[in-house]
Structures are given as structure tokens and as C-alpha cells.
Design a protein around this ligand. Structure first.
Ligand code: DAH
Length: 353
């Protein structure tokens, strides 16, 4: 009997060595520690043994049982260890490896300048007014006091959308400047109270299009920011004060500015505004072409004809307007030498801002 127990033990332990996984362990347990295993049957047979034999066999059977149970325990935990090890190997993650950089978007340099212009005029009480990019000749030119065939149109060669055959002298075109927005805005404001139109204080940003030879200095599409203030008792002094303040807020409190007489059909009198060259401080350099000054915008008092076309009686109301090219401002600021960079979508350019 004792001999038999020794054999049971060594056979079970031998088989256990070959077990590879959890299932195998389970099967082994049933075979060697289960109700029908030889070991458990030995316990059943104890009652049939003689008094002398029984204690020794009982003790030995218990020893074998404990030995098998502890071997099972050990083997089970080492199998779990091996499985975990394998999983760790397979799912290895090297946290010291540098990650892939995420590409961050950014604002286009023209947008950055536009937003700065909005901020400055916003602080001065101007609202942003959006106007359409496709216009009729009437709004783009005629209502702004450019009669058909007026030579001032020469400066703004246009993209006509139709031939004008059906529309006579009012063909459709892509706006050549933001100024037609002045008429749309004034009419919209005036409609609120036709007898006493409310004051207007707006900026009109947006894309303009001209049928131009594309060169380093001129593109066929570009942004403008138009400004318009209409009300009672608005003078040229208001225009100068507002635009001088704009220049200071945009370029620094020290910056000097000057106004030169000019001509636009929709303003009278008209002027061009220069600021002191911020590159050389007015000494004269390549950027300002040795003049010490940089031209930044056109402006003037709104022409009486334009006021009337907008629904404002020029006998009672006056106003000023201005127009600037933010790309040009951006070019001066960052010394960008070619305007074509703005819309050619070259990341090597765009990522510098
Ligand atoms: N519309 C003009 C242009 O594109 C710019 C301009 C000049 C606008 C004077 C104005 C102004 O409102 O008063 O050339």
C-alpha cells in the first residue's frame, strides 16, 4: 500500500512537469486529486485495513495529498507568471521613445493682421460689416461716383462675370475694392430710420479682385479693410485724429504720420496717409525707398454724391472713409518681398508666422 502511494506521488509529479497551461493543470487536478483519482480511492480503502497498517498508510496518503496540492499551487503560480511575462513582452511599450509631433495649425499672416486691425478699430467703437464679393458695376463704380468710362476706372481693371450684353452698362464683376460696401451699409443703416438715419461707424474687410499682371508687388486677389464713419458734424479733423490714433495703436505710440493730398472719385477732399518708416525710424532705407515714409492707406471725406446714394442727406450729414491693404501692411512689417507668397500656400512661407 505504501509502495503504491509512492508510485502515485512520483507519477503525478512527473506528469505535472509536462503541463504547459491552465487547462492542462485543471485536467491534472481531476486526474490526481479528483474524487476518482487513485489517491482519493486509497482514502476510501483505509477502513478495510488492519489496525496496524492504517495509521502509517493514512499518514502517508495525507502527505502525498499535501505534496500534490502544494506542487499544483507552485506550478499554477509559475504558469501565471510565465503567461504574464509573455504578455508583457508582446505588448511592450517604450515610453522613452520620443512621440510624433502633432502639426499645429496657425492663422494665415494676412488673417493675423486683419484681426489686429479689427481689434484696434473695435476699441475705437467700429463694427465689422461684411459685404459681398460679387458686385454690379453700379455698386462697384457708379454709386461711388465713377461714371461709365471715367478714367479713374483705369486703376481698377476688373474681372467681369458676364459680358454685360443683357445688362447694358451694369455688368456683374468681382469687386475691385471694398468701397461698394459703403453704399450697402449706408442704405441698410438709413432704412432703419429714413428721416433721421443713424450714425455709421464701421470697417468693411474682405477680398478684392483685379485683372492685374501678377508681379512681386501686385496680386489679382488681395484683402482690403475699408472704414466708414458717417454722422452729424464729422470733420477732416476726426479723420486725421482717428487714423493717427490707429497708426499709433498699430505701430507704436511714437510713430509719426502725415497726410498727402490725393484723388479718389468717392471722397472730397482725398488724401493718402504715410507713417514714418518703422524699419529705419525715418532715416531712409530700402524698405521706404529712402523717403523715410511708408504709404499705408487712402482716405478722405465722403463725397456728397456718395452720401446721397447711401441715403444720407449731404446737407445734414458728413463722413470720412479710408481703405487699406492689410497684405501690404504685413509685407512692410515682416519685410516680405513678394506678395505672391500670400496665396501660393507654400508651408515654408506660412510656417514662419
Ligand atoms: N477704394 C480705394 C482703392 O481700392 C481705396 C480707398 C481710398 C478707399 C480712399 C476709401 C478711401 O474709402 O476713402 O483704391
Amino acid at each position: 500500500m505504501l509502495e503504491q502511494l509512492n508510485q502515485i506521488e512520483s507519477q503525478a509529479l512527473g506528469e505535472l512537469e509536462a503541463v504547459q497551461d491552465e487547462d492542462g493543470l485543471q485536467r491534472w487536478k481531476v486526474a490526481h486529486l479528483g474524487r476518482n483519482s487513485s489517491l482519493m480511492k486509497t482514502f476510501d480503502q483505509l477502513g478495510g485495513l488492519s489496525k496496524e497498517e492504517r495509521p502509517a498508510v493514512g499518514r502517508r496518503a495525507n502527505e502525498v495529498k499535501r505534496a500534490l496540492e502544494s506542487a499544483l499551487e507552485k506550478s499554477s503560480s509559475s504558469l501565471r507568471q510565465v503567461a504574464l511575462q509573455r504578455l508583457l513582452e508582446a505588448e511592450r511599450l517604450d515610453v522613452t521613445l520620443p512621440g510624433r509631433t502633432t502639426l499645429r495649425g496657425r492663422l494665415h499672416p494676412a488673417t493675423q493682421t486683419l484681426r489686429e486691425v479689427y481689434r484696434v478699430f473695435g476699441e475705437m467703437g467700429f463694427q465689422v460689416y461684411r459685404s459681398r464679393e460679387v458686385e454690379s458695376d453700379e455698386f462697384n463704380f457708379q454709386l461711388l461716383n465713377f461714371p461709365p468710362n471715367h478714367p479713374a476706372r483705369e486703376m481698377q481693371d476688373s474681372f467681369y462675370v458676364d459680358s454685360g450684353a443683357q445688362r447694358g452698362d451694369n455688368p456683374i464683376l468681382l469687386r475691385t475694392h471694398t468701397s461698394p460696401g459703403q453704399i450697402h451699409a449706408m442704405r441698410e443703416f438709413a432704412a432703419l430710420n429714413p428721416d433721421n438715419p443713424p450714425p455709421v461707424r464701421i470697417i468693411l474687410p474682405g477680398m478684392c479682385f483685379r485683372y492685374e499682371q501678377i508681379t512681386a508687388r501686385s496680386e489679382m486677389q488681395f484683402n482690403q479693410v475699408e472704414g466708414l464713419a458717417v454722422g452729424l458734424n464729422i470733420t477732416f479733423g476726426d479723420l486725421k485724429g482717428t487714423l493717427t490714433d490707429f497708426a499709433r495703436r498699430m505701430y507704436g505710440q511714437q510713430v509719426r504720420s502725415r497726410f498727402r493730398a490725393s484723388h479718389f472719385p468717392f471722397t472730397e477732399p482725398s488724401a493718402e496717409m504715410d507713417i514714418e518708416c518703422f524699419v529705419c525710424g525715418g532715416q531712409g532705407c530700402a524698405v521706404c525707398k529712402r523717403t523715410g515714409w511708408l504709404e499705408i492707406l487712402g482716405c478722405g471725406m465722403v463725397h456728397p454724391v456718395v452720401l446721397r446714394n447711401g441715403g444720407y442727406d449731404p446737407e445734414r450729414y458728413s463722413g470720412y472713409a479710408f481703405g487699406m491693404g492689410p497684405e501690404r501692411i504685413t509685407m512692410l512689417r515682416h519685410r516680405i518681398e513678394d506678395i505672391r507668397y500670400f496665396w501660393s500656400n507654400d508651408l515654408r512661407f506660412l510656417e514662419q508666422f
